[in-house]
Design a protein around this ligand. Structure first.
Ligand code: HEC
Ligand code: HEC
Ligand code: HEC
Length: 436
């Protein structure tokens, strides 16, 4: 880890020098393509016709509140939430119109440059933890509405703590190198060969909704790899493959089942938890049915990942046997012996593609700390799962995870015990109890 960090650092510094030579003028503002319907986000009821109401819908679709509000704070957009990266925590800014600590003195142009091009008020580079590489696709119309809405929120006087990353990431100028390598300064391009609904879906997924920020794997310095939407590790969680692959992706889901998941937080098999529960609760459940349909159409059409199912591990395997015992003693009450769970409440473990990724982080995290499904208008109760960290050893957690990944028609790699030990550390849980 140390070594790769240093190499990454050198790469950033080298790229910075190149960037400084090439990129004299930091002003990257550009006009996006001509507005059409695809590029205007209408709220469910635009009856007041106001920019502010439309801008609210844009802010919800962009999920600005998720990062710009600290979990313990009751003040929307006042910042202070720390986004962890391998190089340290990055604090999201106060973006309320407070003149002293927020963006009250900003012009509309300053705001555009920050959101779409990752530049602070003084032209300094923002860290890409702010997903400007996706927001660069937001249309001028949506930007204007968003600006009108952000001007209308309550100003909060709150000074966000200073972000202090380790060298060389503490040098904001180094981000110029990052931008040169990974930032594509191009607005959303309408693909005239595709349908209107596909274009709307692309606009939302690639831009405002920044789905790739979580679902596309990153290289060692945090740039997107070319494995678009094929799944990515988020420390405690794994954001699964959401391409139409029928093994690990959403290939077996109908458009309606995708819509259910994004609107209710659950569908016939899966329940959204962790970071996806937040994305559903704050953002996707509030999208119009047309916009959800557009997302489903688009997801069904992205190139599928190449993941292929291995042969399932045999039940005669020792880890599988241990897993079966743990499962029947602790899990059947909610997930049933056939693994099918309780629809829209306790996730089905059978035929649940998200559970078959190589990376089992979400499964381990859920077993260790329990969880709660997304709370939505359509499914206000949601289900809860108890924690098992106090009850099961690392070996038992690995065994039951391996078992559920290889039963009822599922097939996936075995989960190593070390991965559970690592997750316990990451989740700051007590080490396993002595075997008994
Ligand atoms: C995934 C997390 C995340 C999301 C979502 C997000 N931001 Fe940010 N934003 C950040 C972080 C982190 C920073 C601070 C970056 C830095 O310090 O370099 C930031 C900085 C900013 C800034 C610059 C503020 C300043 O004082 O320099 C503005 C403006 C901003 N965000 C607006 C928005 C808007 C509007 C949205 C929704 C469309 C949004 N952000 C969504 C994480 C996020
Ligand atoms: C903040 C990170 C984050 C963002 C942003 C995000 N996701 Fe997710 N997503 C996740 C995680 C983590 C999971 C796994 C949840 C679980 O295990 O319950 C997930 C699960 C899913 C699933 C279920 C897949 C399965 O097989 O169970 C779908 C579908 C999905 N996301 C679609 C989207 C779409 C579409 C967007 C953009 C509108 C999006 N996500 C944005 C993190 C994110
Ligand atoms: C009291 C009911 C209950 C019990 C007992 C229970 N679960 Fe769950 N489980 C749930 C609910 C509800 C969810 C959906 C919410 C969530 O993902 O946190 C869930 C989700 C899961 C998921 C995540 C599925 C996904 O799509 O991300 C896994 C894996 C899981 N359970 C495994 C287990 C295992 C293994 C056991 C036994 C050691 C167990 N559960 C016991 C209720 C339960």
């Amino acid at each position: 880890m140390k070594k790769t960090t240093i190499i990454a650092g050198v790469a950033v510094v080298a790229a910075t020098v190149a960037a400084a030579l090439l990129w004299e003028n930091g002003d990257t503002s550009s006009d996006n393509v001509a507005s059409t319907d695809v590029l205007t986000s209408q709220p469910p009821s635009a009856s007041d016709g106001g920019s502010v109401a439309r801008g609210h819908y844009v802010a919800v679709a962009g999920d600005c509140i998720a990062c710009h509000t600290a979990p313990e704070s009751k003040q929307p957009f006042s910042g202070g939430y720390s986004i962890s990266t391998p190089f340290g925590g990055i604090y999201a800014s106060n973006i309320t119109p407070d003149a002293e600590t927020g963006i009250g003195k900003w012009t509309e142009r300053d705001f555009y440059r920050a959101v779409r091009h990752g530049k602070g008020k003084e032209g300094e580079n923002l860290y890409p933890a702010m997903p400007y590489n996706a927001y660069v696709k937001i249309s001028d119309k949506d930007m204007h509405d968003l600006w009108m809405y952000m001007r209308s929120v309550k100003p909060v006087n709150y000074k966000v703590p200073e972000t202090n990353l380790s060298f060389p990431y503490n040098i904001r100028l180094a981000m110029m190198g990052w931008n040169l390598l990974f930032f594509k300064n191009q607005g959303f391009q309408i693909d005239t060969a595709k349908s209107q609904i596909w274009n709307r879906g692309a606009y939302l997924v690639e831009g405002l909704e920044h789905c790739a920020a979580c679902h596309t794997a990153k290289n060692i310095i945090g740039g997107d790899t070319s494995d678009y939407l094929q799944g990515s590790n988020l420390a405690e969680w794994h954001a699964p493959d959401i391409t139409p692959n029928t093994y690990t992706g959403i290939g077996r889901w109908s458009q309606d089942q995708i819509i259910d998941y994004l609107k209710l937080g659950s569908n016939h098999v899966a329940v959204a938890s962790g970071p996806m529960a937040e994305a559903v609760t704050n953002s996707t459940q509030h999208l119009t049915d047309e916009d959800l349909r557009a997302i489903a159409v688009y997801l069904k059409a992205v190139p599928a990942s190449k993941n292929k199912a291995p042969a399932a591990i045999s039940i005669s395997n020792a880890q599988m046997k241990m897993g079966e015992n743990v499962y029947s003693a602790n899990c059947t009450a909610c997930h049933n012996s056939d693994g099918k769970g309780i629809p829209n409440l306790a996730a089905s473990l059978a035929g649940n593609s998200g559970l078959m990724a190589e990376d089992a982080s979400s499964i381990i995290t859920t077993i260790l700390q329990g969880g709660r499904g997304a709370v939505t208008v359509g499914n206000p109760t949601s289900g809860a799962m108890p924690a098992f960290d106090w009850k099961l050893s690392d070996e038992q957690v690995a065994a039951v995870a391996t078992y559920l990944r290889n039963s009822w028609g599922n097939a996936a790699t075995a989960v190593p015990v070390e991965d559970v030990t690592e997750s316990r550390k990451l989740l700051k849980l007590k080490p396993q109890m002595a075997a008994h």
